[in-house]
Design a protein around this ligand. Structure first.
Ligand SMILES: Nc1nc2c(ncn2[C@@H]2O[C@H](COP(=O)(O)OP(=O)(O)OP(=O)(O)O)[C@@H](O)[C@H]2O)c(=O)[nH]1
Ligand SMILES: [Mg+2]
Length: 335
């Protein structure tokens, strides 16, 4: 009997020390991982239409920022979170930089430069197929003042012949001391893994700021309004894409007659003139119906539920030039 007890005791101690060993090993690995984990903010800046938002979406593997072939699509800072086992990067997509002609554009420029302040790293994106020397020089002057570590991203290389890239490398490396110059095609994801690898190298050690599965810290309403605005930008011409704003007024879970859950969304489209309002509505409401038809599936995909989308158009004269309206309709905050 005594022998049995001894045997049990030995077994108990053996099991206990193995368990202790495993726990110590695990916790030291976790500690190591925490110590080696990196995180930080990376701002994406550049002229309008160079592919900043496309790059953000490609990195995230999901459409977060709206994209259109028209310049000045993005109006606000769009934060997208990329997390893997070793790092968390908060990318900040920004409005395209330009010489502003009215208040909305000044706010957009202020918003874009506002993303430089807290950035651990800057991605300066240019369109390798269509350069804009004036804007580029203005941006470079700013970067020289802020002295931030910057990677130059030559985007849309799918549109240019490879030999034309070499002079670009030479030209830009003379203009600024870039940490790297990386050619990519944001649309095809070519070069994006290399870019990500380089970015990670510049991040400081840091914690997970957001849960690993979180994609953005912006509210759902913002992305819904943006999706509707994207469709307006795609379906309208001349001044209308730039004179339109969208605000989600109602966002509510409801039950259908068949007890299915559905999200009811009421969004208001703001135009600056009565004539613009009529065009957005279209003959017998045809265009606004089309805007809704294109926006709804995107919103359903984003929210992962069925959606009932109701759109209205209203006029707010010259909202783009009015500070108070810009806050309400454009989502601009004091910085
Ligand atoms: N061929 C090609 N087109 C691209 C690439 N990246 C973006 N585009 C296109 O360029 C256009 C502008 O892309 P966006 O991502 O909206 O550009 P942006 O810099 O965010 O533009 P703003 O928000 O207006 O400043 C869209 O038509 C994209 O599909 C690329 O790598 N190759
Ligand atoms: Mg954009």
């Amino acid at each position: 009997m005594r022998f049995r007890w001894l045997e049990l005791e030995i077994l108990y101690y053996a099991a206990f020390s193995t368990l202790k060993g495993i726990t110590t090993l695990l916790s030291s690995r976790i500690m190591n991982e925490i110590q080696n984990f990196k995180s930080g903010y990376v701002s994406i800046i550049g002229a309008p239409n160079v592919g900043k938002s496309t790059l953000l979406n490609t990195i995230l593997g999901q459409k977060l920022a709206i994209v259109t072939p028209k310049p000045q699509t993005t109006r606000n800072q769009i934060r997208g979170i990329h997390t893997n086992d070793t790092c968390q990067i908060i990318f900040v997509d920004t409005p395209g930089l330009m010489n502003p002609k009215y208040r909305l554009q000044s706010e957009m420029v202020r918003t874009a430069y506002g993303a430089l302040g807290d950035a651990d790293l800057v991605l300066f994106v240019i369109d390798a197929a269509h350069r804009d020397p004036d804007i580029e020089d203005t941006i470079l002057k700013r970067l020289k003042r802020t002295k931030q570590t910057t990677i130059l991203v030559l985007n849309k290389v799918d549109l240019v012949d490879k030999p034309t890239l070499l002079p670009l490398f030479e030209d830009y490396s003379q203009k600024f001391e870039f940490a790297h110059i990386i050619p990519i095609s944001a649309r095809n994801a070519d070069g994006v893994p290399v870019l990500l690898e380089q970015i990670e190298g510049y991040l400081p050690p840091g914690p997970l700021y957001f849960p690993a599965d979180q994609l953005s810290d912006l509210p759902e309403r913002f992305f819904i309004a943006e999706t509707v605005r994207e469709k307006i930008m795609l379906l309208t011409k001349r001044e209308i894409p730039y004179a339109s704003a969208v605000v989600v007024e109602e966002f509510e879970k409801r039950q259908t007659n068949k007890s299915e859950e559905i999200i009811y969304i009421r969004a208001i489209i703001y135009a600056e003139r009565q004539t613009q309002k009529q065009i957005i509505i279209g003959k017998s409401g045809k265009l606004i119906k089309r805007i809704g038809q294109l926006a709804r599936p995107d919103i359903e995909k984003f929210l992962d539920t069925r959606v009932f989308l109701e759109l209205y158009v209203t006029v707010k004269a010259d909202w783009r030039r009015d500070a108070r309206q810009l806050k309400e309709l454009g989502g601009f905050v004091d910085m």
